[in-house]
Write a protein that binds this ligand. Structure first.
Ligand SMILES: [Zn+2]
Length: 249
């Protein structure tokens, strides 16, 4: 039957890389990741990480697929309109790689839910589009010590970074945004160009693989991307000792 996968064949191009090899691929296979948001960023993140052979996923989204999502949320297809995004995404992911375990969380998670759901998780990937959830995931990451990969994309602008709380002097999301009362501008209000979410989401997936291979690169670094000028800017992010999220207060 075609649902049998051949592990060595499937991951041969990664195992071939000396920085991954059999051991690295096994590490990826044993890893579990929580992806929050199955929209424009969550689509490439989930598609690539499932294909790359991360072993276990939780995908969280309580929203339904709307026709206006399809321009950029490439994990959802036309015939998924009206379906739960978590369900729609899980179907594609299982079709790509029947080896991986995908659990769907199709309800609105509060802080206690996130703490509970990350008990068996190695990495959190923030693919949401609103500040309240981003701050919440940052707090979960600080409390549990689980690394967090963060991405955002709107209009022609994107940014990507990661936080690895166990590294000395690791900053947190609130070192970047100390003020929690930020207005959330959404893609529905402001618009967004389709491939931008692919650029940023793929960067998030790349950093996720690096972190799971014990090679985090974006801790303390924020990459800003301008899709109009195709320009990348690297910003240093230092831990703020007065940060309300991780500082002494
Ligand atoms: Zn902080």
């Amino acid at each position: 039957m075609m649902n049998q996968t051949n592990y060595n064949e499937r991951y041969s191009r990664q195992i071939k890389l000396p920085q991954i090899g059999e051991d690295g691929q096994k590490k990826l296979h044993q890893a579990s990741v929580l992806i929050v948001g199955m929209g424009g960023l969550g689509s490439p993140v989930a598609l690539y990480l499932v294909a790359a052979g991360i072993g276990r996923f939780k995908i969280a989204d309580f929203d339904h697929v709307d026709e206006s999502n399809l321009q950029r949320q490439v994990i959802h297809h036309h015939n998924n309109i009206g379906q739960l995004k978590a369900e729609s995404a899980a179907g594609k992911l299982k079709a790509i790689n029947p080896d991986v375990k995908v659990e769907t969380l199709d309800y609105s998670l509060d802080y206690a839910d996130f703490i509970e759901q990350t008990r068996d998780i190695d990495l959190i990937i923030d693919c949401t589009d609103n500040f309240p959830t981003r701050f919440e995931l940052n707090q979960v990451s600080r409390e549990t010590g689980i690394p967090l990969v963060s991405g955002a994309a709107i209009r022609w602008e994107g940014q990507v970074t990661s936080f690895v709380p166990k590294l000395p002097e690791s900053p947190c999301y609130q070192c970047l945004y100390p003020n929690r009362d930020l207005e959330s501008a959404t893609c529905a209000m402001e618009g967004v160009v389709a491939p931008l979410v692919g650029v940023i989401g793929t960067m998030q997936a790349m950093e996720a693989v690096n972190i799971l291979l014990d090679n985090p690169q974006l801790n303390g670094v924020v990459w800003l991307f301008d899709a109009r000028s195709m320009d990348w800017q690297r910003m240093q992010l230092n831990r703020n000792p007065q940060c309300p999220g991780c500082g002494e207060g």
